[in-house]
Design a protein around this ligand. Structure first.
Ligand code: NAD
Ligand code: UD1
Length: 376
């Protein structure tokens, strides 16, 4: 079953890993991205890592519904995975209108383009943040939802918009995937996440401390009701997460019934790790102890978050396979490669044009058809 998948935000952290896995599964991929939080040159690695495959790039904004419809039509897209959007919790608190505007408009644009073109399979990037401070552990999809910040509320609102849209159509199928804590990088070391500025999340902060870019890791609280008192999370390797998308989209595409529900599905491992466990494992893979100290709890943090991942296995036969060792090893490999004096990747939007030009040349030599001018 070879299909053409549109990945909005496909140049980003999760989108790029998913594109690799889609290509490896034999699908072709169109990436629509405006590079506001990703680098063009990371894309050049994708066909190398995937070992080939058909990939196109449309540079532009997902909020432009005509552009999305044009891309869907030109490439006869069978399904859309909608990753594109803003994702920083703190920024969403500081500028909620930006988040409501961008994330909701992006989703509306994707849905209206799909309606207009007859493309009827959608996978949406949701988040475990929709569960807020739920007390049910592990968390099933039936747990009550309630988000404590504007970013999380955009995810809840979009899930509801998709509910209403699916209810209004006959044979539109959608899955919202609620990711727990995505971490790690591709084992090749070529793609991974490079947060701009000081990272808020644990893994990038540890990695940057190990790389000497930060003095020490602050552990936010050691008085939670967990094994060692530090906060516990369900970390999931980004490659496992990417494979979950392939399984999800193939499941949707295999459905032939007329009435398809909009399912919300957790993507997690069902295993929790505390901050100290992550720190010790990361120290083990780096080969030295990463400096750290205990500080008071971070406001708004929950002590424990853990997925019940059984629905994903029941629905599309997916379960996470990689453990904490692989998450730390691959995250560190990417961080270490990024720190090479002549880093071989990762310029961000706004970097010098000479870089961008060289990258576009790389695309051509790799056979990536570049459609930004034709489509934007
Ligand atoms: P990312 O920022 O690395 O990737 C998002 C991509 O979308 C980027 O390449 C960015 O340039 C692009 N983009 C943003 N706005 C756009 C627009 N208007 N038009 C076109 N492209 C646009 O983020 P990610 O970590 O890969 O996350 C992908 C999705 O998963 C997001 O929707 C995010 O909210 C969700 N999610 C992420 C996490 C996480 O921890 N990374 C957890 C839960 C949910
Ligand atoms: C955060 C976001 C969540 C998002 C997720 C993505 C908040 C409130 N929540 O969740 O919306 O989906 O990232 O992965 O921002 N920790 C430290 N020191 C640090 C950083 C973190 O001790 O420097 C601890 C935290 O207290 C927590 C754990 O590490 O116990 C994980 O934190 P983090 O990576 O920020 O993820 P979440 O808080 O789960």
């Amino acid at each position: 079953m070879t299909k053409c998948i549109l990945a909005t935000g496909g140049a980003g952290y999760i989108g790029s890993h998913t594109t690799v896995e889609l290509l490896r599964a034999g699908h072709s991929v169109v990436i629509l991205d405006n590079f506001e939080n990703s680098a063009r040159d990371a894309l050049a690695s994708i066909p190398k890592i995937a070992g080939g495959g058909k990939i196109w790039l449309a540079e532009g904004d997902v909020r432009n519904a005509r552009l999305v419809a044009d891309v869907i039509q030109r490439h006869s897209v069978d399904a859309v995975i909608h990753f594109a959007g803003k994702k920083a919790v703190g920024e969403s608190v500081a500028d909620p209108l930006l988040y409501y505007h961008d994330n909701i408009t992006g989703a509306l644009s994707v849905l209206s383009a799909m309606r207009g073109t007859g493309c009827k399979r959608l996978v949406f990037s949701s988040s475990a943040t929709v569960y807020g401070d739920v007390k049910m552990l592990p968390i099933p999809e039936t747990a009550p939802t309630c988000s404590s910040n504007p970013y999380g509320r955009t995810k809840l609102m979009i899930e509801e918009i998709i509910d209403d849209f699916v209810a209004s159509t006959d044979d539109f199928g959608a899955l919202s995937l609620r990711y727990f804590n995505p971490v790690g990088a591709h084992p090749s070391g070529f793609i991974g996440e490079s947060p701009i500025g000081t990272p808020n999340n644990l893994f990038p902060f540890i990695a940057q401390t190990a790389a000497g870019m930060r003095d020490m890791v602050q552990i936010f609280g050691n008085d939670y009701e967990t094994r060692d008192g530090t906060g516990s999370r369900d970390y999931i390797h980004v490659v496992d997460l990417a494979r979950g998308h392939v399984a999800a989209v193939e499941h949707l595409l295999s459905q032939t019934t007329n009435i398809l529900p909009h399912r919300k599905v957790n993507l997690g491992t069902g295993k929790g790790h505390t901050v100290l466990e992550v720190l010790n494992t990361f120290s083990k893979v780096c080969g030295f102890q990463i400096p750290h100290r205990i500080v008071p709890r971070r406001p708004g943090d929950v002590g424990l978050s853990l997925a019940d991942p059984s629905l994903a296995f029941g629905l599309f036969n997916w379960r996470a396979e990689l453990g904490l060792d692989e998450m730390c090893r691959d995250h560190w490999r990417f961080q270490a490669a990024t720190n090479e004096p002549r880093g071989r990747r990762r310029t961000r939007l706004g970097a010098e044009a000479r870089w961008a030009n060289r990258v576009w040349e790389d695309f051509e030599s790799l056979g990536i058809a570049e459609g930004r001018n034709a489509l934007a």
